[in-house]
Structures are given as structure tokens and as C-alpha cells.
Ligand binder design. Structure first.
Ligand code: SF4
Ligand code: SF4
Length: 281
């Protein structure tokens, strides 16, 4: 079994507790306006355009319909290829097996606490992660998931069995605003929040807060209300993430940064709703 991996970030301090290696899976079922990794969203159609934008010849045009061959040793990580891609994809995606991932992770295992599966939307590859997690856990490393919550976790209990925790994005409480922001509804997201909390696997909920009004206050209120009975008995963090323009597609860069005062008001809403740990970062 293999899965398309956009890249592996060997050391990250922002994707769960401790220093972690992050597997960035390719493909997503949402189209969030503020996505800061848009090259993880789409499927490559092999148009070959990116190869002509590489300044160092690290992309060799392939057969029609196939992604260019990526010559990793030449790549200077300039991003010109992904900037040129009109399919929100990348020519640097690799299909990796469980062994490929394990071998890569173990090169860095002495400096990390574990791995975090991210994306894109990593749960599109739930079967792959279900096989991967016990292998990683046997090495003494922990396994976390960052997700938009669209997977039916009740049907994937075997995935959760070896998962140490899930960090869940809750983007907007209002279904219409969620649709506008992501292109999808939010019923599954809230269902996942409850399912994960009930199973004791929900470690963090996250909301990106923009300067535009996507109902952040209502989102924090509804999330706290819904999780209230779990907050007293489990340590679920709420992370409020200020919108940052870095990496965002040109047409959505004007969403605006929220004021510090507004973020602190949201933190107060979360605390009065029962969250004991609320982070702004
Ligand atoms: S990564 Fe994008 S630009 Fe490059 S071949 Fe694939 S679709 Fe075309
Ligand atoms: S990121 Fe690498 S492959 Fe892409 S254009 Fe730059 S050098 Fe070429």
C-alpha cells in the first residue's frame, strides 16, 4: 500500500506537543480560502507546465499526462513549480509505502517525539495510517492526526486504536459560512468532534480567525457548548489561529488579520465555556 506524500517536514514544533515529523499528505476534500499549503489540495494532471518554470532543471518533462520527474538533488526548494501550477498540486509528490515512511522517520527518530499526519486531508488515507501507526508506535514514537473532521471515525476505530490524539479544525459553526469558507458543509465536523471526545481521542480543536467575519465568536461558543460535558474530564485544548497571509492564494490574501483584542475576547468566550487551556498562536 502507498499514499501520495507532498513532503515530510522533519522537525516541527507547531504540529502537536514536542518536536515532531509531519507527513503532509496530498489531496483535500475542502477548499478553504485561507489554506496556506494550496499545493496540497489537487491532483496533478501531468500538464508539464511546472517543468518550464524550474530555474535549475530539477524537473524533467515526462510522458504526456504524467507528472515531470523530480530530480531531488538539484532542487533548491524555490517554490516556482507550485506557484506555476494551476491544479493546486506539485511535481514533488512521492508515493510512499509504509516502509518508505518508516525509514525516513527513523533517520530523525532520536530528535522527535512522534509523527503528525497532516495535509491536505490525511484521513483520505485512513487505511494507510491504520497500517502505519502501529509500526511507528513500536519504535516508541507517538502518532497524531490533524484533520478537517470529515472522516467517519466511528467506522475507523482501528485507526484510533493506535492514534495518540486528534487535532480537529472547526472552521465555522454557521453552515452557510462554513460552505462559503471551505466549499463544504460542517455537519460531519461537529459529529466528529463529539465522537472523538467520547472516545477520549480529541486533544485539540482549532479555529482560524480572520479579519473577515466568518462567525468566529459563534464557532467558539457552539464548540464549547457541545463539548462541555467532556471538558471537565479531559484536557482538550482550544487553539485560536490568527490568519496569516503567508502561502495563501493571491485571491484570498485580503481576508485580514484579527485584532489582538478580538482574539482575547474569543479566548475569554472559550474559557467561560469550559476550556481550561486556550492558546492563541
Ligand atoms: S504539478 Fe501542476 S503544473 Fe506540474 S504537471 Fe502537475 S498539474 Fe501540471
Ligand atoms: S521547488 Fe525545486 S523542483 Fe520546484 S521549481 Fe524550485 S528547484 Fe524546481
Amino acid at each position: 500500500m502507498t499514499a501520495p506524500i507532498n513532503r515530510i517536514i522533519n522537525y516541527s514544533a507547531v504540529d502537536g506537543p514536542g518536536i515532531r515529523s509531519v507527513l503532509v499528505f496530498q489531496g483535500c476534500n475542502f477548499r478553504c480560502r485561507y489554506c496556506h499549503v494550496p499545493d496540497t489540495l489537487g491532483d496533478c494532471n501531468g500538464c508539464g507546465v511546472c517543468a518550464y518554470h524550474c530555474p535549475v532543471g530539477a524537473l524533467r518533462p515526462g510522458d504526456p499526462g504524467l507528472s515531470p520527474e523530480w530530480i531531488e538533488e538539484r532542487c533548491i526548494d524555490c517554490g516556482s513549480c507550485t506557484n506555476a501550477c494551476r491544479k493546486d498540486s506539485s511535481p514533488r509528490i512521492r508515493r510512499m509505502s509504509i516502509k518508505d515512511v518508516l525509514d525516513h522517520v527513523m533517520e530523525h527518530s532520536r530528535k522527535i517525539r512522534g509523527i503528525t499526519c497532516s495535509g491536505g486531508e490525511c484521513t483520505l488515507y485512513a487505511e494507510f495510517m491504520t497500517d502505519l501507526f502501529p509500526v511507528i508506535r513500536r519504535q516508541g514514537l507517538s502518532c497524531l492526526i490533524e484533520t478537517n473532521g470529515t472522516l467517519d471515525f466511528e467506522k475507523h476505530r482501528d485507526l484510533l486504536e493506535h492514534c495518540n490524539g486528534v487535532m480537529l479544525d472547526i472552521k465555522a459553526a454557521d453552515p452557510a459560512l462554513h460552505m462559503e469558507l471551505t466549499g463544504s458543509g460542517n455537519a460531519e465536523v461537529f459529529r466528529s468532534a463529539l465522537v472523538l471526545a467520547r472516545m477520549g481521542k480529541l486533544t485539540e480543536v482549532r479555529t482560524v480567525v480572520t479579519g473577515a467575519d466568518y462567525g468566529a465568536r459563534e464557532t467558539v461558543e457552539k464548540t464549547a457548548r457541545m463539548l462541555k460535558s467532556y471538558l471537565a474530564k479531559s484536557d482538550i485544548r482550544y487553539r485560536l489561529i490568527p490568519f496569516r497571509v503567508y502561502g495563501v492564494r493571491r485571491e484570498y490574501r485580503n481576508l485580514g488579520t484579527p485584532s489582538r483584542q478580538f482574539l482575547e475576547e474569543l479566548r475569554d468566550v472559550a474559557v467561560s465555556g469550559g476550556f481550561t487551556r486556550v492558546l492563541i498562536s
